[in-house]
Write a protein of this length. Sequence first.
Length: 390
Amino acid sequence: MTRYKPHPDFQTLFELFTSTEASIGTHLQRQLGAINAADPLLVSTGSDLVLFPGSGLPPVTESFRLSTRGFFELTGISHLGIAIPYIAQLRATGFAGWEADARALIDQCRTVRAANSTAYWRDEVAVEAWKGLEEKIADLVDYSCALTIDFLGRALADPALFDFDYLQANLLDGHGPDAPPVPMNDMMAATFALVFLDTGYRVINWLNAQTIDWERLMVMISGRAGRPTAGVTWQSNSMCHLLYQASGRKLDPERLLIAPHAPALTLADLAEPAGAAATEAEYRRIWYHSRSSVEMSRLMWTDYPAYEKSVESPPVVDPETRTLGEIPKVRSVHDRRAIVTRLRYVMEDPAQQIAMAGSQFMIDQLCANGNRPERVEIPGFTHIEYPRLA
C-alpha cells in the first residue's frame, strides 16, 4: 500500500498560515510580541519565579520551594500521616518488606526526635514566617514522631491494628476509643499549612517589592508543577490563586497561561545576558503563540457568546456532602471537614498539586492581613496543643 502524502500545493497552502517561521500566523505572533515588548512577563516554574520586566531590562528571580528552609523537614513529618496507612496496604497486598519499612520508619523517627528542638527551628531553620512558632513546631514534630513510633510498635506486635477502619478511627480522624490526643489528620493539615504560610509570605513580599503593572502583566506557569498530571488548570495550580490574590485581584486571569509542555527554565539559563535575552524571547514567543488566536476570535465573532475564565468557584462542604467535582473552600480554621477533605481531594485527583491541600486558606488570610503571618490562623495548629508523648 502506498503511504499517503498530501499534495505539495495543499501542503504549501496549509503552511502559508501556520507551522512555519514565514507563515501568516507566525508573523502576527511576532508582530504582537514586538508591539507589546514593554509588557512585563512573569514565568513560574515548579520551584522558581522569574520576572522579565520588559523593554530589555534584566530578569529578577525568587525561589519558593525545594531550595527553601524547612520544606523538607516539615514535609517529612507530614508524610508520617500517610506512611503508616501505606505500610498497612503493603502488608495487605503481600509485600514481604513491609516490616522492614515499618522498622526503618520507627528508627528514623527516633533519630529525628533526637535532632528536633526549639533551637533548631529558631536558629537553624530560621523561617521568618514562623517566628514565634518555633517551640510549638518542635512540639508538633516530637509528637508526630512519637505517635508514629508508638503506633507502629504496637501494630508490629498486633497487625490487627493495621485494619483501615481501626486506622481511621484511632490514628487519622481520632474518634475511636484508642484515639491519640491529636489525630494525624490535624498534624497533616498543620504541616501543609505551615509550609504554604512560608511560601505565600515570601512570594507576596517578593511581588510587592517589584514594580509590576498587574493589568498588563503576562504570566506563564511553565513545565511540571508537582505530579506529571497536576496543576494544569486554574483551580488545581496553587500559584494561580496566589498571584491573583497578591495582585489585589488586578491580574487579568485571561493573561495567565498554564504551559505544562513549555521548555524547562532553570536559573542557570539567566546567568549571562545573552542567555537571559534568549530565554525571555522564547517565553514571549510561546505566550503570543497562545494568545494571538484569543485576540483574533474577539474581532471575528463579536456577536457570539464569549469565553470567560472562572477563577473563584470552590464548593462549600457540609455534613451531607459525599462527593465533589472541585476542591472545596475552607471557611475558617475550625472548618475541619473541609480541611481534611482537601487532604483527600489532592491525593484522589491526579490533576491536583499536593500543595493545594494547604494553600488557599493561607493565601486568603495573608492577603487579608497585610501579609502578616502572625495574624494568620493555621489549621491543625492554632488552638491545638501537641502534648509530649513518652
